[in-house]
Design a protein around this ligand. Sequence first.
Ligand code: ADP
Length: 565
Amino acid sequence: MTSHQVKLFDNYLARQILKFSIDVSVAIDELGVILMASESVSQVFGWQPDEIVGENIRVFASESQLKQFDQYLAQCLGSENENSIGHAHQFKGIHKGGSYIACEITVWRDDDSHRQNRYIGIIRDITEHLKSKNKLGEYLERLKQSRKQLKRKIHELKSAQKVVARANQAKSEFLANMSHEVRTPMTAILGYSEALKEKLDSKDNLEFIDIIQKNGSHLLQVINDILDISKIEMGNFEIMKVDFSPTKILQEIVDEFESQASQKGLNLYTRYHDLIPSSIQSDPLRMKQVLMNLVSNAIKFTESGSVYLEIRVLSQSKDDRLLQYIVSDTGIGIPREKMKYIFEPFAQVDSSSSRNYGGTGVGLTLSHKLVQLLGGNLSVQSTVNRGSVFTVTLNVDEKNFSRQSDKSSQNFCTSGAVRRVENNHDDKNVSPGARGKILLVDDTKEIRKLFSYMLNKMGLEVVTASNGKEAVDLVHEATIKEDFYHLILMDMQMPVMNGYEATQLLRSQKNQIPIIAITAHTLVSDREKCLAAGCTEYLSKPIKYEVLREVVHRYLPQKKGVLSN
Ligand code: ADP
């Protein structure tokens, strides 16, 4: 292409661009007189391009804004104020027909050295742009308002959360108090009836006391279960996660129930399938609680035959293994239509059965909830007059499956024909070698009397105090006289000075005497609280003679010699 052809082509292109451009392009001289205008001037301002030539560009500005428009033009077109060149200026434009248009103008100097006093003005209709900008502004404003509202709502929610937390706290305290209030008299009722039983020899009286004890224990069980259920429902139930042997708790349960089963003439079997992990991570106490309830039911609802306690592993994927505890019996079974209610509170298959077998219908509800809390599932299968199968399925991590199986991994039964447990209570009252002086601290007179009776029966000397302050004073006195106590049994809830304060005070005085906390609370955190205060061991009321005896003797000197305070 020759340079002439190039120029012609350039001109052609320029005309095409001007023809289709949406913005208005005008060429003006240094006074603002329009020399040429693009076709779009007719769409934006209603002027024909030919008709506008010779007019001053001010014709596009509305009367009200002429002053600012003139200033801008003067800055662009005057030789000294070059700063405005290339900078946009917004103004209120006017259509030939009189309507107003929001406009923006940018003025450029013509680059051609031959046309030094010429300028190019680009005018854009920004009506839509401003509208969108305004809308955006509105949206932003609304967004701001919404954010403010959201902040307010979050604040309200946080306050509501605090109220709920306070209410929950109040409920927890109520439960803790109720638990304390109920367990303390139950400790007296059960403890005294146990003590009284030894003094009775008439058959009738022994039967009466047995009934009192049986019903007392049952009442305590119901209270415990209901308290546990309400704790779970309040989300206030504490679950431990520790390593334990899944087969060991099975054996512990058999030890616990074999005499009960044998009294009914039932066989109690355990079966181990497959490769059982040597330890799993879960809550052994709660697992045992569930299994005890299932085994107790199986024995209760079986008149003849056997109760089986099994453990097995269901291999799923490599890192998702299922462990099952299965409790089955050859008992009365559960009708199909009743099975769907069986885990609901107070559901009993036949209300007359509660008379025949005893029970309240909360045990399975609690077991079901506990297994769920442990991340597992409790299911049941049953056939009337053939028996029932309750299955606890737990998810267990691969890491807990040690390669070496538990030694009882082959199939076998550990407890066949059940051996009868000898009643050797009397022998246990004699404590070979154990000796000592016990400081018993409890604010309830009856409990002091009951525990004193039990401790005296173990051949131990007892001094009592009715609150923590008295106990601390007695310990100081004993230290001065060098007649030390060997053990303190300390109730934790007492007036004047409670057990926590008394224990902390003694420990701060470097006193190493074993202190056994006795509380009516049963939460895991209560135990931790006692241990944190400096207690050596924790027992929860009501306490059976055998349990008290075992714990007391664990901390007493077995031979001659005295523990220093
Ligand atoms: P409880 O045994 O105190 O009545 P549970 O919640 O443990 O309360 O059991 C609810 C009901 O389920 C029982 O009353 C009984 O009707 C039925 N049940 C539970 N276990 C068995 C079982 N192994 N065989 C037959 N029925 C059972």
